[in-house]
Design a protein around this ligand. Structure first.
Ligand SMILES: Cc1cc2nc3c(=O)[nH]c(=O)nc-3n(C[C@H](O)[C@H](O)[C@H](O)COP(=O)(O)OP(=O)(O)OC[C@H]3O[C@@H](n4cnc5c(N)ncnc54)[C@H](O)[C@@H]3O)c2cc1C
Length: 423
């Protein structure tokens, strides 16, 4: 019994460890091999979370599913088998102590992604899997009931193949999307791939001038732009609370990146509109009446100084300048400027012209159609013996450890079942 796993990322290493452990419980000879084109395993684990590796999110399976939108229900069974708590327990048992941040993100207590990668690699090897580095898979073909995995340095025959070759994001790491071609050759449909969790390009000149300004607690809203003659939607398509960053090209930070997938899914940035709520804890009416009251009670106070109770100085100055209220006191504030300022604080329009593309996307949206994969086993519904897990699937979640959780859970289930169906 030969199981070949293509790609030694989070999904592939987890699949290999699980398959090798399950094979050891069964009678007969078996070999579990992971093939990885890079000279290092788990390159994305190493670079993840600013080299701190946000392993998972401190929530139940429902919280993980929510982060994947429409694709979330596909993960139900895999998360029932390996929920976030089990991932934390596994890493703790491998000697990686973890900490939960106030945002719910789970990191190794050492803040070193290397510790996570090393623990997972050790776990895989100790379970009995071989990890072959520096080997590029060129194609995977059916060979009767078996598979032929063609590599740059020869062929390998396999009873089962688990494809965990990732998506197209950060192609510099080796993830250039070769797996989609192999899946197509097996008859699988590929939902059009697009960058997700990617910084956005756009913004007014004054926004670029405040590049580097970070906001910790704001809310980005995405609205669909109505067809001509149709009414605007009353509710946003998506709202993401959290951190935000103005960049020299546009916007970044968790909220901007979280909403990027909705924008790329729409296919054309003019189909959506973005607004930034700088004071999510106050309603628009509360902000407006705060301005009115300040005008009456605090006429001599400078507007910028007052706004600094809520937002950083550089942003307060830029907003005031844009609203025509630079250096104004409340008493000097015109009605037009007052309305513009309160609109800016609650519904600041964020023009978007595009994204930084796959080069800077943390994950790939689209991928192998979920309809063609059994969510209980990760086995292809078209090709028996072929398993598919991780980012190559049409799954992309928010920032916060959700994507590794998905890779771990789907990889685990694929490994377990690839070994089980050996019969
Ligand atoms: C900068 C950055 C930071 C991130 N931070 C986080 C984070 O903190 N938390 C989080 O949850 N998610 C994070 N992500 C997302 C996360 O890294 C991915 O969701 C996750 O790595 C997907 O795992 P995977 O195993 O499916 O694919 P990958 O990790 O991409 O692994 C696929 C592997 O397959 C190999 N491969 C591809 N083609 C071939 C071939 N032809 N032959 C042999 N090998 C091949 C690749 O080299 C790669 O090693 C981050 C992503 C990036 C880019």
């Amino acid at each position: 019994m030969n199981i070949v796993i293509v790609g030694a990322g989070a999904a592939g290493l987890m699949a290999a460890a699980t398959a090798a452990a399950a094979c050891r419980e069964q009678p007969g000879e078996s070999r579990v091999v992971v093939l990885e084109k890079n000279r290092k395993a788990g390159v994305k684990i190493l670079m993840s979370g600013g080299t701190r590796c946000n392993i998972t999110h401190d929530c139940g399976p429902a919280g993980i599913m929510e982060a994947f939108g429409r694709g979330g229900s596909f993960l139900r069974q895999a998360l029932a088998i390996l929920p976030p708590a089990a991932v934390v327990e596994l890493f703790n048992s491998l000697g990686v102590a973890t900490q939960v941040e106030s945002t719910g993100k789970v990191f190794p207590s050492s803040n070193r992604s290397l510790d996570v990668r090393d623990a997972l690699l050790r776990y895989t090897i100790e379970a009995g899997a071989e990890v072959k580095l520096g080997v590029t898979v060129k194609s995977i073909e059916r060979d009767g009931e078996r598979f032929l995995v063609r590599m740059d340095d020869g062929d390998m025959s396999a009873d089962r193949v688990i494809v965990t070759s990732g998506g197209r994001s950060y192609p510099g790491c080796g993830t250039i999307g070769e797996g989609y071609g192999w899946m197509k050759s097996f008859g699988h449909s590929i939902v059009q791939t697009r960058p997700a969790l990617v910084p956005l390009v756009g913004g007014e000149a004054w926004m670029h001038e405040i590049s580097g300004v970070t906001l910790e607690h704001v809310c980005v809203n995405v609205w669909s732009v109505p067809e001509p003659g149709r009414k605007a939607e009353k509710r946003p398509l998506l709202s993401r609370p959290g951190g935000f960053l103005f960049t020299h090209l546009g916007y970044s930070g968790p909220t901007a990146m979280d909403v990027s997938g909705v924008i790329t899914e729409a296919g054309d940035p003019t189909k959506t509109r973005l607004t930034l709520d700088l004071i999510p804890d106050k309603s628009a009416a509360e902000v407006e009446s705060w301005f009115e009251n300040s005008r009456q009670r605090d006429g001599r106070r400078k507007v910028v100084a007052a706004m600094m109770d809520w937002i950083p100085r550089r942003l307060a100055e830029a907003i005031s300048l844009d609203a025509g209220a630079a250096d104004s006191s409340f008493a000097e504030l015109s009605r037009v400027a007052l309305t513009k300022l309160s609109n800016h604080l609650k519904r600041l329009p964020l023009p978007v012209t595009g994204t930084r593309g796959f080069e800077k996307a943390e994950v790939t949206g689209g991928g192998v159609s979920l309809r063609e994969v059994d969510p209980r086993t990760m086995q292809s519904r078209l090709v028996p013996g072929l398993f598919i897990a991780g980012e190559i699937l049409d799954l992309d979640g928010w920032i916060g450890g959700y994507n590794f959780q998905s890779a771990f859970s789907t990889g685990y289930v694929a490994g377990q079942h690839a070994a089980k169906c050996s019969g």
